[in-house]
Design a protein around this ligand. Structure first.
Ligand code: ATP
Length: 249
């Protein structure tokens, strides 16, 4: 379960995230959408504990990411937009290293073959991370996120640079994680993917939540029945609607 309460991130005189609140229950996938510079990555980095919020709280399974960091992070995985990996470890060593950090070597032993196989990394298992292609690094980054059985998973543009088979597998993985009771937050510009994958979406603009809801609720809010998420998104962000959350308080 992920709860974000009145999150603010202030960079000197620029407020990148402004009073953002939402909850992701177990078994939900939520899309975080918004134009370039809307504050999506900043919000995700605050949730992941990489940036310290200026105000507000982030609770992972009830634990505050600032004041109870170790317990909060035990249930959390973050797949960043640009994979951040140790280049001088081999693929398998990297997976093992992450499992050791989270004290989940049992999961590593159980899941390593399955995960390496699922992401086409078996033949690269003894190669250095530095030698992997961009898409392979992204796949390893996802595999690392899954090696400690986190139930709150954050994805920042997870499908960029991944080939069609890898993207298909990753979407399946996200659905499997949801079915297993995970709470998943995905930041993306791929609106058709968000439409297919997410239970609801949040549209951020200039750091502020403009709207939150299912596609049906967003259509109703924008007065665009039967439109795609892309059309609704373009209308709402062009019009610059003020914050007005639809349902799901
Ligand atoms: P994109 O879709 O382009 O990736 P985003 O929604 O992820 O954008 P952020 O990267 O969160 O947006 O940036 C939000 C705003 O905060 C931008 O105006 C950006 O210039 C600003 N910003 C980000 N990092 C810093 C920083 N370290 N110092 C000052 N301003 C920053």
């Amino acid at each position: 379960m992920l709860e974000i309460r009145h999150l603010v991130k202030q960079y000197k005189n620029y407020r990148a995230v402004n009073d953002l609140s939402f909850t992701i229950k177990p078994g939900e996938i939520v899309g975080l959408l918004g134009p370039n510079g809307a504050g999506k990555t900043t919000a995700l980095r605050c949730v992941a504990g990489i940036l310290r919020p200026s105000e507000g709280n982030v609770l992972i399974n009830g634990y505050d990411i600032v004041t109870d960091q170790a317990k909060a992070k035990a249930g959390l995985a973050f797949v960043p937009e640009v994979p951040s990996l140790y280049e001088l470890l081999t693929v398998e060593e990297h997976l093992k290293f992450v499992a050791m950090c989270f004290n989940t070597m049992d999961v590593f032993e159980q899941k390593k073959e399955e995960l390496l196989g699922r992401y086409n990394l078996l033949e690269k298992r003894n190669e250095l991370v530095a030698t992997l292609s961009k898409g392979m690094k992204q796949k390893l980054s996802v595999a690392c996120a899954l090696i400690h059985n986190a139930n709150v998973i954050l994805f920042d543009e997870p499908l960029i640079g991944v080939d069609p088979a890898g993207a298909h597998e990753l979407k399946q993985e996200i659905r499997r994680t949801k079915d297993a009771g995970g709470s998943i937050l995905i930041s993306t510009h791929l609106l058709d993917t968000a439409e297919n994958l997410c239970d609801r979406v949040i549209i951020l603009n200039r750091g502020t939540k403009m709207v939150e809801g299912t596609l049906a609720e967003l259509r109703q809010y924008s007065g665009m029945e039967n439109s795609s998420l892309e059309d609704v998104f373009l209308k709402l962000t062009e019009e610059g609607h003020e914050a007005a959350a639809v349902s799901h308080s």
